[in-house]
Design a protein around this ligand. Structure first.
Ligand code: BYC
Length: 482
């Protein structure tokens, strides 16, 4: 079968997988579609379903020319099934099937494992839309509002991507899982989303930017690992999703950067030198840097939990089975089987945090998390450069991996952001210094006033350097009263 680079938009479900000739899957997806639209109408961006949003739609999976921008009402967005082109003669890059041709069908012995990974991935996508659904109402500008909605429709598309795999390759149980993906709800007591961070609230725009910086970056790492998969349709799906994920992280990184910039500039203009004088800084109508640090602590620690336990037989089995690889697997210089390798893991040993060598195969999650931490740290340094350029004396930092954890080695202990183990009483009395407190939340909430005129920006965030699709600063990214 030749590769289809361009996406067929004449179809009800745009796709580059030849759906018209795959009657069974087409029918299954057409059956799922109304439930999806109901979900979008119930759980998608609240209050803006009729607005015209300047959105990007993928028209081709060719990296050079795949975007088309236009005003679209979100429920009319063309959610489609898009896979990256298949690579000629691709072979499995790791695990016990290393070097064999990739699979075009699901191998029976790995069926349950692959389905589980697809379901977990699929579950996060609608969860994030649910978490962010109320944020349109407090957008700091039309530019930011448009970026939020772009992310939301793309998360919707990522759900479609996983649902396609379930319908195409998993028969009846795939169909049942696809229904369940529309039934669970973020934060619900009865049927919550599967992973912790996706049941948390995203109460304000600083949280949104932290989420897209930290949690979408976990998405990038997980998608990169799944893109290595021996199951080629999963690999190709994830490869295309990664191109969209990049924009989500861009929104997070530039969002935090613009907030930091604005805070530092306002401090300088008012002659406030002490970044820790929170009251003085807050009076300027900007978010003080210590509170930004607290939000960072929260979202980084929640996102670390998404990597699972440091030492995990699930992860070892998935690697061994050639189902889920490592970050940039093909550029790692080793045997890609990890039969005799070791990897250092941070563990709790007799009440102390120590580095312990573990079989590299069971330490796959730890390795991915380390790659993630390095990626996050680079971003934090870029924020520190912004602060340095304004001469404000403050540095942002990632907290220790033992801080505020619910999964893995450190879930039963308490630690400070510096990594000092503390007892429960100290944690209870001091945690408001490290995590956003109720009053921090109330202060940030007081700043969340919508800015709905083109070119207008809230007091606490700098305008972006360039517009989306090179549009000018006062471009009307969202026509609200459509
Ligand atoms: N919360 O061996 P363990 C994204 C469970 S984000 C709740 O420690 P494993 C996006 C685990 O399920 C990326 N439960 O971990 C971003 C297992 O339960 P069972 C999403 C958890 O399996 C922003 C047990 O604990 N994609 O795309 O090696 C916006 C022991 O598991 C958690 C993926 O995650 C948790 N945090 O690794 C939109 C990729 N952690 O089965 C989208 C697919 C562990 O014993 N998922 N458990 O009942 C995976 O690769 C792995 O399942 C995990 C866990 C990394 C999640």
């Amino acid at each position: 079968m030749s590769d289809i680079i361009n996406v067929d938009y004449r179809e009800k479900i745009p796709n580059n997988v030849n759906l018209t000739e795959d009657r069974r899957v087409l029918k299954a997806l057409e059956g799922w579609h109304p439930g999806y639209i109901n979900w979008w109408n119930d759980m998608g961006p609240e209050g803006f379903q009729e607005a015209l949003v300047y959105l990007r739609t993928a028209v081709s999976v060719d990296p050079k020319g795949w975007a088309k921008f236009d005003y679209v009402k979100m429920p009319d967005y063309r959610w489609g099934i898009l896979l990256a082109p298949s690579e000629d003669n691709r072979t499995i890059p790791f695990g016990e099937h290393f070097g064999e041709p990739v699979w075009q069908e699901v191998p029976g012995e790995h069926r349950a494992m692959i389905r589980r990974l697809i379901v977990i991935q699929g579950d996060t996508e609608p969860a994030s839309v649910e978490q962010q659904r109320h944020l349109g109402k407090t957008a700091p500008s039309l530019y930011d509002m448009r970026n939020l909605f772009q992310i939301n429709v793309e998360e919707g598309r990522h759900l479609w991507a996983m649902v396609y795999l379930l319908h195409k390759y998993f028969g009846r149980d795939g169909r049942d899982e696809a229904e369940e993906l529309l039934r669970r709800r973020s934060g619900s007591a009865d049927s919550p989303r599967m992973l912790g961070a996706f049941n948390e609230k995203t109460p304000d725009w600083l949280s949104l930017f932290m989420f897209t910086f930290f949690t979408d970056r976990d998405g990038k790492m997980q998608l990169e690992s799944l893109a290595q998969s021996g199951f080629d349709p999963l690999s190709r799906t994830c490869r295309f999703m990664l191109t969209e994920e990049a924009h989500h992280m861009f929104v997070g990184e530039t969002g935090i950067g613009r907030i930091v910039q604005r805070t530092c500039e306002a401090m300088k203009a008012a002659g406030v030198d002490d970044a820790h004088n929170i009251d003085q800084v807050r009076k300027l109508g900007v978010i003080d840097l210590p509170t930004i640090q607290k939000k960072l602590n929260l979202h980084y620690s929640l996102s670390l939990d998404l990597f699972g336990s440091e030492v995990s037989t699930n992860a070892a089995n998935a690697f061994n089975a050639s189902v889920k690889g490592r970050f940039r697997e093909t550029s790692i210089d080793d045997d890609h089987r990890l039969k005799n390798d070791i990897y250092p893991v941070l563990k709790l040993v007799k009440g102390e945090i120590k580095r312990v060598n573990e079989p590299a195969l069971t330490a796959i999650n730890m390795r991915l998390r380390d790659d993630y931490t390095r990626d996050c740290a680079k971003g934090i340094e870029r924020f520190n450069k912004i602060i340095e350029r304004t001469d404000v004396d403050f540095r942002l930092a990632l907290p220790h991996v033992a801080f505020h954890r619910d999964i893995g080695e450190f879930k039963d202990v308490q630690a400070t952001p510096a990594g000092k183990l503390i007892d429960d009483a100290t944690w209870a009395s001091d945690k408001d210094q490290w995590l956003p407190s109720t009053s921090d939340g109330a202060f940030i909430a007081s700043l969340m006033k919508p800015m709905a005129e083109p070119g207008q920006f809230a007091s606490w965030i700098s305008p972006p350097k360039v517009g989306i699709d090179n549009r000018p600063g006062d471009f009307e990214y969202v026509k609200i009263a459509a």
